[in-house]
Design a protein around this ligand. Structure first.
Ligand SMILES: Nc1ncnc2c1ncn2[C@@H]1O[C@H](COP(=O)(O)OP(=O)(O)OP(=O)(O)O)[C@@H](O)[C@H]1O
Ligand SMILES: [Mg+2]
Length: 368
């Protein structure tokens, strides 16, 4: 026990055991890989397996060239660090994984020197995409929270007198002898109803999700049937589902609402022979709302329309921002709030001639 105690700045601290070290490495959010001096992999932690989509069992003992036959990055970077004898840092490196996915990483490679010889090579990797995403997301969330509060406050103020206006118009209608004037009271009643529906849409997102097991593909099939029913023109949907995605614990009604808003937008954006692609995948190690998720579902709603008009692109997720003459500008902001209340996020991206609205939804939902 005495040996296990070290003096440090006059404080006595316990020297961590090797189990503690192992536990720390396994729970690090940073991917850590250790190669021996002949470049055979000795160990990879959980974050490494997740980030690089490999299993420790399959790859241990393999060299970087065997693990990633399509990418010479690790081999070259390790050679560089061995040559310099110090830590080599590469930022924003595009890494092509064996499952054809591309990720951006920040990478640090350090030779572990024992008796002036590099005995092992330590590789640390951080998902750079995740950090960019966290920064953008934090800015977006702050502004959106403020916008949501002021819009909802205003909505409550408008909602209350509406009941009075509608009731008075009904009373007036009963008293009217001149039937021609009925047209005007009907306009008051109809417009009050329209305004009330609009206000109700603004206020719906304040309800807490009622979660139960649900299947994302069943939701997609349902939403596609609703959208087909409300459009008289034929719609071309392409489905690219990952059938291995398990059920998740989420509020089905709210997820339907969010997906419906995005698919309706896509329908409005495409022309007669346009296509909407619905793609589902599992992604690993993604940080959303400051929380690192081991697994998330990514649902991409992809259309080949012109994309969000540049003049509203930065504010498209805020309430009342619209690029359509008949739009109310609520669809995206409601969808974003519903997905965020599930710990997720919606991203917009234009890739080539395609518009991507991607719903990122954690698979392990927290209960808060
Ligand atoms: N898939 C898309 N392609 C092109 N532009 C889009 C797409 N999705 C949204 N937009 C643009 O973003 C704007 C905001 O969308 P949002 O759904 O919030 O409101 P809206 O569609 O105008 O009205 P509504 O409240 O009826 O949904 C749209 O008006 C449109 O200009
Ligand atoms: Mg819309």
């Amino acid at each position: 026990m005495k040996d296990a105690l070290k003096k440090c700045n006059n404080k006595q601290i316990m020297s961590p055991s090797s189990e503690t070290h192992a536990r720390i490495v396994e729970n690090l959010a940073t991917a850590v890989l250790l190669f021996d001096k002949d470049l055979h992999l000795i160990s990879i932690n959980n974050a490494g397996e997740g980030l690089l989509s490999v299993s420790s069992k399959r790859v241990s003992g393999m060299t970087p060239k065997q693990i990633w036959p399509n990418s010479s990055f690790f081999y070259d970077a390790i050679q560089r660090s061995l040559f310099s004898g110090g830590t080599c840092i590469d930022r924003g490196v595009d890494l092509y994984l064996n499952n054809a996915q591309k990720i951006k990483v920040d990478c640090m490679i350090t030779p572990v020197i024992v008796n002036e010889v590099a005995e092992e090579i330590l590789v640390e990797l951080v998902n750079a995409d995740a950090f960019v995403r966290v920064m953008q997301e934090t800015n977006q969330q702050t502004v959106q929270e403020a916008a949501k509060e002021s819009v909802q406050g205003m909505a409550h103020e408008i909602r209350n007198p509406l009941g009075g206006i509608r009731g008075a118009a009904q009373l007036l209608e009963r008293e009217l002898d001149n039937k021609e004037l009925l047209e005007y009271t009907q306009i008051i009643i109809n417009e009050a109803d329209r305004l009330r529906n609009f206000i109700d849409r603004m206020l719906t997102t304040s309800t807490q999700p009622a979660k139960a097991d649900m299947n994302i593909h069943e939701v997609l099939e349902y939403v596609v049937s609703v959208v087909r029913a409300e459009n008289s023109r034929p719609l071309n949907f392409k489905k690219d589902y990952d059938p291995s995605i398990p059920d998740i614990n989420a509020d089905r009604e709210q997820i339907i609402q969010a997906v419906l808003n995005l698919i309706r937008n896509a329908v409005q954006a495409i022309d007669e022979d346009g296509t909407i692609t619905l793609k589902t995948r599992i992604q690993r190690q993604v940080t959303i709302q400051h929380r690192l998720n081991r697994h998330i579902i990514e649902l991409d709603i992809i259309d080949d329309g012109p994309g969000v008009p540049p003049e509203i692109e930065s504010g498209a997720f805020y309430p009342l921002v619209t690029g359509r003459a008949e739009g109310t500008g609520l669809g995206l902001s409601i969808a974003q709030q519903l997905i965020q209340s599930h710990g997720g996020l919606i991203n917009y991206e234009r890739k080539g001639s395609n518009t991507y609205f991607s719903i990122l939804l954690p698979m392990e939902q927290s209960d808060e």
